[in-house]
Each structure stands twice: as C-alpha cells, then as structure tokens.
Design a protein around this ligand. Structure first.
Ligand SMILES: [Mg+2]
Ligand SMILES: [Zn+2]
Length: 219
C-alpha cells in the first residue's frame, strides 16, 4: 500500500523478476519518491540522475506482512496516573520487557507499529511538538537496544470527535493504507479494555499486558 502511494511520485515502468522496481520520474520528485519507498522498506540500489531513473529492491514490505501493534502507555512506558499525561521526555520511563518483545518480533519479520491515544494534545495539555520529540527519543532509545519500531500512529483527538481514537479502528486502517498489513496474522498488545475492543473489531489477536508481563489474552 505504501508502494501505491509511491506511484504518486513517479511512473513505475517495470518490476524485474529479482524483486526490482524501476521508476521514471521528474528529477524534483526523486527525493520524495525515495522517501516513500524507504517508508515501504524498499532499498534503493541505483539512482541515475541523468535519466531520472530510480531502481529499488523489494525487501518484503510490498507483500503483506504481519504486524505487532503495541499500545504505548502501560505497554512501552510506565503508565501515568489516571488523568495525568506524559508531557516531556523526562517523564517517559521505558518498560524493559517492551524492548524484548519488539526485538523478538523484529526477528520474526513482523512490522512493529505503535498505536496510541493522546487526547492530552486536544486538551492543550501536551504540545504536539513535545509529543513528536518524545516519540523520536523513544524510537531512538529502543533502536539503541536493537528494538526497531517501524511507525507510530497517534490519535490526538478528543473523545467522540474522530474515527481514530481507540477502540475506533482508524489507526489500524491507517496502518493498512500505509503498510500492507496482514491483519489475520497480526496481534495487538495493550493494557486496557479499549485495546481489547479494538483488536476484536479488527480481527487481531489480543494480549493483555501489565507491568511488562502478558497477563491474559488471546482467546
Ligand atoms: Mg495503555
Ligand atoms: Zn483521532
């Protein structure tokens, strides 16, 4: 699906048997096309500016992949008290087990995506730029330990104003549009009833986490 979006930036003219995709595009859209395809996990193997040709090798993301969806608060980091929000990185405390889970599913070639409700943004209690900063640091910190997160999907909206606040399925649908996720082989780890409901609505296996342990789940 991410690959379909890449077509916006260039004309696909071929796909070799060796898993290569060849695009022709205007020079000025090459950086965007490269980014789109990088997001879809295709590795650029050649770039010929004079003929505006870009060749990418598929790495698997262009076929449907299973995904480990992770809730954030209470799964990746210690949950703030009820009614409180994590507003800055110095309030963010990673749960070590989360890195273990991510490394395991990285090794199994699952996508790993974070799906998180953050209505503190809509309430003016968390600044969007601080949330971005927290997520950039979280991703970097986990990556330093060999745990790779492929993407973070956030609902910053107030309850009842959108289709993406969990348990509504908007974040999972967005993930499907951007990555080609095989939902039937995917699972969601969360710590709340809304995560369980989301998983049920989207046909995902569900695991309930508490304090870095799986305490229940998959029916
Ligand atoms: Mg949670
Ligand atoms: Zn939303």
């Amino acid at each position: 699906m991410g690959y379909e979006r890449a077509l916006l930036g260039g004309k696909r003219v071929g796909a070799g048997n060796g898993g290569f995709l060849i695009f022709f595009c205007e020079l000025h859209v090459q950086p965007r096309l490269r980014q789109e395809l990088a997001d879809a996990r295709s590795v650029p193997v050649a770039l010929e500016p004079e003929v505006t040709k870009v060749i990418f090798r598929r790495t698997g993301a262009l076929v449907s992949r299973p995904c480990l969806f992770l809730d954030r608060d209470g799964v990746i980091n210690v949950k703030p008290p009820d009614g409180a929000y994590i507003r800055r990185w110095d309030e963010f405390q990673i749960i070590p087990a989360a890195a273990d889970w991510i490394r395991l599913f990285n090794a199994l070639d699952f996508l790993v995506l974070v799906v998180t409700n953050q209505r503190g943004v809509a309430r003016g209690l968390v600044r969007a730029e601080d949330l971005d900063d927290i997520h950039a640091r979280m991703t970097a910190e986990l990556a330093r330990g060999g745990a790779v997160i492929d993407g973070i999907l956030v609902c910053p909206h107030e309850e009842g104003t959108c289709d993406c606040r969990k348990p509504r399925p908007g974040l999972i649908r967005a993930a499907q549009r951007r990555w080609d996720v095989d939902l039937a082989r995917s699972l969601l780890v969360g710590d709340s009833e809304s995560d369980r409901q989301l998983a049920a609505a989207c046909g995902l296996r569900f695991l309930m986490a508490r304090d870095g342990r799986i305490v229940g789940g998959a029916d």
